[in-house]
Design a protein around this ligand. Structure first.
Ligand SMILES: Nc1nc2c(c(=O)[nH]1)N[C@H]1C(S)=C(S)[C@@H](COP(=O)(O)OP(=O)(O)OC[C@H]3O[C@@H](n4cnc5c(=O)[nH]c(N)nc54)[C@H](O)[C@@H]3O)O[C@H]1N2
Ligand SMILES: Nc1nc2c(c(=O)[nH]1)N[C@H]1C(S)=C(S)[C@@H](COP(=O)(O)OP(=O)(O)OC[C@H]3O[C@@H](n4cnc5c(=O)[nH]c(N)nc54)[C@H](O)[C@@H]3O)O[C@H]1N2
Ligand code: SF4
Ligand SMILES: [Mo]
Length: 724
């Protein structure tokens, strides 16, 4: 057996569970991954990706040198592989990137930049990224994949309670009494969490209510399975609320003390009887009644959800319909209860927390609050000149004689999908994409490609050349999680460490180092009098700067994380224990807000020409656009694109197991291998979006939820035909 040269404790780079791992290293390779039994949140458990999926780190196609496009400046921009780039030194690549960015800002203003930070990168990387965007480029156009993910959960929870993180902890899961899992294929997407949920049922006798159109593995140990038609959640959850109200199962005291809007809400659900919901959703009325009684009469009951709720044209309403249930029953603010959106990426919670959003600084401090804005301007040495002169002679006009004084923008920036629109209209001229792959993850890729072709300048920073990198003018090679220090924040808000276990491949540098170098070059080109501050020796210093400016992080530092393994924010002071369970006393918005909402059908429903609903999502062995997992041995287990088809539909189409089929929508077509399975309800097919050669997003629709701006990845209309 191989003996490790060293063993390094780190955090899994895949999903938001944030499993703690021990990386066993020999000859500059991770040759085995183990999990410590004594450490939260996974206590020795790992899934296939954590255990076997880390080998992407040593894949020969890792980027090891900066690259510059050979046909730089040619329009329209075409996607090219490695052969379309030439190697460059860091100096050349960064200088050119800085020149292009500074040009864009000078010519069109900072708002002409569209920037994407990364839920794969650390809190420190993302803090610095948004600092660069805000304090140097002068725009709030910064967003990340959360927009394509839990945006509607965030929008709904903000309305209902004024916070958007998961309210309760992973540690509570094994002791649940009753819980609802909806729109979450937990055993494939948060596998270690699913083992705790399963333990609650199998060992603790907990009751699980699954509300999901697909026959996912979670249904196998569910007490109740409500199999609704895709996109009909509001009807089902409103009807559950109707039962709870009609049968008097609600919590009077909680409603009186901690909520508002109850009267209006009850008025809005009177007509949503289980029978009416059945006619819309196909879920038998009695099942809805049973689920409502079970959830409402438990001492404690929790709700967990995923993309089936959020990625919808009415994702915000879906979320509100879940929040209504928790507020009705008082199942929030205690262990074993709560509203729990399971966060997807390893650090999507942290990327948002660190200010990677267009409307807030770190810690969700609003960019349009003048006091907050002043705080950040002071910390980032902005407009100091301006302030001096203001206090000196009382008016600002004197300063604009030379050049306008730079201030932080208090205009909310554009969201991911709005940036695509702005790039199309020409309002955005250049992109900076760190650790995302929009050319696989955005809906309607034909449209997304068209937009990429038009941009003046595209800067990509990644560990591999992905489908988005193919459109880049310059590619900056980043190190992976295994080659740097930093922190990730998992789904239950626990800030945990990653630690450098391997040397950087080639000349690759940590994201924070790249950003800080680039930022200083752009500052120089824009003749900024003072640097906003990008000189750091170690990510711990970046964390400390962010924590100083962010009240809920102020009690957290690297030493403490080292000592305790991880700390749950909010943690306002060094002697605060951290907060695994939120909202015991009150909600951030004060009282919980009931919402009167109405069921609305999905946007693009099947018709004669496109008779099936397409639902897209994930499988256990792959990750999003596949950039990482398809460069791992996991790809041997699940090597090709598939479509799940119900046996009755397959029969009608003449499709046998493993036949090749073509799937078409109004936007594109792909060819995939059929899996004939009852997992798919009749009339709905399911395609994972991991495979570039048959990208599900060629088919999807970019129609969005009006509040959350999230596209509907779960319902569009397609046609299926047998190829061979
Ligand atoms: N293996 C793997 N794990 C991952 C990821 C990955 O790419 N691969 N990605 C991570 C990320 S970023 C995320 S966001 C999470 C996502 O985790 P999930 O949300 O669990 O992932 P999806 O595959 O999108 O599954 C959504 C579920 O919603 C159901 N659904 C579809 N339509 C509806 C509907 O109308 N209503 C309801 N209630 N449910 C519906 C689907 O049947 C499915 O069970 O996974 C994370 N974990
Ligand atoms: N059809 C369909 N589309 C979807 C969804 C769906 O359910 N259906 N789900 C949506 C959801 S929930 C999400 S979250 C998005 C995800 O969409 P993206 O975030 O665009 O997808 P990823 O493939 O995770 O992209 C991560 C990139 O980061 C790189 N990377 C990894 N580690 C590092 C690092 O340390 N530094 C840097 N710089 N780069 C790194 C990887 O190589 C990869 O290129 O997809 C969305 N798209
Ligand atoms: S459950 Fe998530 S964090 Fe844990 S090993 Fe699997 S992918 Fe990694
Ligand atoms: Mo996600």
């Amino acid at each position: 057996m191989l003996e490790p040269e060293r063993t390094i404790r780190s955090t899994c780079p895949y999903c938001g569970v944030g499993c703690q791992v021990d990386l066993l290293i020999k000859d500059a390779h991770i040759f085995r991954v183990e999990a410590p039994f004594d450490v939260a949140p996974n206590y020795g458990r790992l899934c296939a990706k954590g255990r076997f999926g880390m080998d992407y780190v040593s894949h020969p196609s890792r980027l090891i040198q900066p690259l510059i496009r050979k046909d730089l400046g040619q329009k329209p921009r075409r996607p090219v592989g490695l052969e379309g780039f030439r190697e460059a030194t860091w100096d050349e690549a960064l200088d050119l990137a800085a020149e292009k960015i500074a040009d864009t800002v000078r010519q069109y203003g900072g708002d002409a930049m569209g920037t994407f930070c990364s839920a794969k990168a650390t809190n420190e990387d993302n803090y610095l990224f948004q600092k660069f965007v805000r304090a140097v480029l002068g725009t709030n156009n910064v967003d990340h994949c959360a927009r394509l993910c839990h945006a509607a959960s965030v929008a709904g929870l903000q309305i209902a309670i004024g916070s958007s993180a998961m309210s309760n902890s992973i540690a509570e899961m094994k002791d649940l009494e009753v819980f609802i899992v909806t729109g979450s294929n937990t055993s494939e997407t948060h596998p270690v969490i699913s083992t705790f949920l399963r333990q609650a049922v199998v060992q603790g006798g907990a009751k699980l209510i699954v509300v999901d159109p697909r026959g996912i593995e979670m249904t196998e140990f569910a007490t109740l399975w409500l199999r609704q038609k895709p996109g009909t959640d509001v009807a089902v959850f409103q009807a559950m609320a109707q039962v709870i109200v009609e049968e008097g199962l609600f919590d009077h005291d909680f409603i009186a003390a901690r909520t508002e809007g109850f009267e209006e809400f009850t008025g809005s659900i009177v007509e949503w009887t289980p029978e009416r919901a059945e006619s819309v959703s196909g879920v038998p009325a009695d099942l809805i009644r049973e689920a409502a009684r079970s959830y409402a009469s438990a001492n404690s009951a929790a709700i967990y959800w995923g993309m089936g709720i959020s990625q919808s044209v009415h994702g915000t309403d879906n979320t509100l319909s879940l929040a209504n249930l928790a507020l009705l029953t008082g199942h929030i603010g205690r262990p074993g209860t709560g509203l729990n959106p399971l966060r997807g990426q390893n650090n999507v919670q942290g990327c948002s927390d660190s200010g990677g959003l267009p409307n807030v600084y770190p810690g969700y401090q609003r960019i349009d609050d003048p006091e907050i804005c002043k705080k950040f301007e002071r910390a980032w040495h902005i407009a100091t000149e301006d302030r001096r002169r203001e206090t000196g002679n009382g008016h600002r006009s004197s300063v604009s004689r030379h050049s306008p004084v730079f201030r932080l923008s208090n205009e909310p920036g554009l969201t991911t999908m709005e940036m695509v629109d702005a790039a199309e209209s020409g309002a955005i001229r250049a992109y900076y994409v760190m650790g995302e792959n929009p050319m696989m993850s955005e809906p309607d890729l034909r449209h997304a490609r068209h937009v990429m072709e038009k941009l003046d300048f595209v800067l990509v920073q990644d560990i591999f050349l992905n489908e988005t990198g193919e459109y880049a003018d310059i590619i900056l090679p980043a190190v992976s999680f295994a080659e740097k220090d930093g922190t990730f924040t998992n789904s239950d808000r626990r800030v945990q460490k990653i630690r450098a276990a391997l040397p950087a491949p080639g000349e690759a540098r940590a994201d924070w180092e790249i950003i800080s170098d680039l930022a200083q070059r752009v500052e120089a080109k824009l003749d900024r009098e003072h640097s906003a501050g990008f000189e750091f020796e170690h990510p711990a210093e970046i964390w400390d700067e962010m924590a100083r400016l962010t009240p809920p992080f102020q009690g957290i530092n690297y030493k403490r994380i080292e000592r305790e393994g991880g700390v749950h924010w909010p943690c306002p002071t060094p002697d605060h224990p951290g907060t695994p369970c939120l909202f015991a006393e009150s909600f951030p918005r004060g009282k919980g807000q009931f919402s009167a909402i109405q069921y609305r059908p999905s946007e693009e429903l099947p018709d004669e020409n496109y008779p099936f609903i397409l639902s897209t999502g994930r499988v256990l062995y792959h990750w999003h656009g596949g950039t990482m997992t398809r460069r791992s041995q996991l790809d041997h287990i699940y090597p090709e694109a598939t479509v799940e088809i119900n046996p009755k539909d397959a029969h009608q189409l003449g499709v046998q197991e493993h036949a090749q089929v073509r799937v078409r929508s109004r936007r594109g077509k792909i060819e995939v291998k059929a899996l004939v399975t009852e997992r798919s309800p009749q009339g709905t097919i399911f395609i994972p979006f991991h495979f570039a050669e048959a990208a599900a997003n060629e088919l999807t629709n970019d129609v969005r939820d009006p509040q959350a701006k999230i596209p509907d990845y779960k319902v569009c209309a397609v046609a299926v035909e047998l190829l061979r």
